[in-house]
Design a protein around this ligand. Structure first.
Ligand SMILES: [Zn+2]
Length: 293
């Protein structure tokens, strides 16, 4: 049986530290293995007595600049790339300890997270992984942007983007869990921004830790990073990375085909809300494939 259908954790504790992109504050992170059915939880060790925050959509308190979770007086921010790394590697159960509220931005991708997890080893657990199996299509739209899911016996996400910029333009990519390699093909893709937006964020004193070391920065007709792009279509690959992270807040992977066009965190979250409300559009349980082998 494909080990994808089993729950997974990491084989040993891993530690990393870095600076939050919005707060500019250093955060020391320890990620620990956790038992079956634990899920992904964040513990603020700098706030003694607070309960861990489970990485679930119902705990999302803000998405304006980053995904922020909060419950019982503890918040954790900018978790999306770490969540993408868990989703991409199929990791279900871990405890993330942190001593500040904002996850480090690292290099703006999920590369460092993914590398420490694969170096530590992904440990297969005994119980089957649970899925949300799509029964009926669900779609949200906003102008020409949309996110939808279609029932299919697969685990696919197709993202497309369309920027009126000569270096980006139209890009489309499908990530199929069964065919693609998250670490090689997606995890290195960095977040991107336009120089004028970054200047604006700095004026409002957000983006304190932002630099060419943790984002692709685009001017009118050139990329300012001296080493250029990591993939020719790095932009859509990062959209896919963000989508994996956002949809992982369902608490279990979707069995079906998610298709998004010009989406971002806000529309992804609107989709999750509608999907959860449409109780007849999905059921939970072990994956149902023609063949699980
Ligand atoms: Zn991102």
């Amino acid at each position: 049986m494909d080990t994808y259908f089993k729950q997974k954790t990491i084989a040993r504790n891993v530690a990393l530290s870095g600076t939050g992109v919005h707060s500019g504050k250093k955060n020391n992170i320890t990620i620990k293995p956790a038992p079956e059915n634990h899920g992904i939880k964040f513990q603020r060790v700098d706030l003694p007595g607070t309960q861990p925050v489970q990485a679930l959509f119902k705990h999302v308190v803000d998405t304006s600049l980053a995904t922020v979770l909060g419950s019982n007086g503890a918040i954790v921010s900018t978790i999306e790339h770490l969540m993408a790394s868990f989703a991409g590697l199929g990791i279900d159960n871990v405890l993330v300890e942190m001593d500040e509220y904002e996850m480090p931005i690292m290099d703006g991708s999920a590369k460092d997270f993914t590398q420490v997890f694969t170096a530590a080893g992904v440990a297969v657990q005994g119980r089957p992984k649970h899925f949300m199996i799509v029964r009926k299509p669900v779609r949200v739209e906003q102008g020409d942007k949309f996110v939808e899911v279609i029932p299919e016996p697969c685990f696919k996400i197709t993202c497309s983007i369309d920027f009126d910029h000569p270096l980006i333009g139209k890009q489309e990519l499908t990530y199929d869990r069964a065919k693609n390699n998250f670490e090689k093909e997606i995890s290195h893709a960095r977040t991107f921004g336009f120089i004028q937006d970054i200047e604006l964020l700095k004026k409002f004193s957000l983006g304190k830790g932002g630099s060419l070391d943790n984002a692709i920065v685009i001017d009118k007709d050139k990329i300012l990073n001296p080493d250029g792009l990591r993939y020719p279509d790095e932009f859509v690959r990062h959209k896919l990375l963000d989508s994996l992270g956002d949809f992982s807040l369902l608490g279990m992977p979707i069995q079906g085909h998610i298709i998004s066009h010009k989406s971002g965190h806000t529309l992804n979250h609107a989709f999750i809300k509608r999907f959860l409300e449409n109780r007849d559009a999905w059921e939970t349980g072990p994956a149902k494939m023609e063949s699980n082998t």
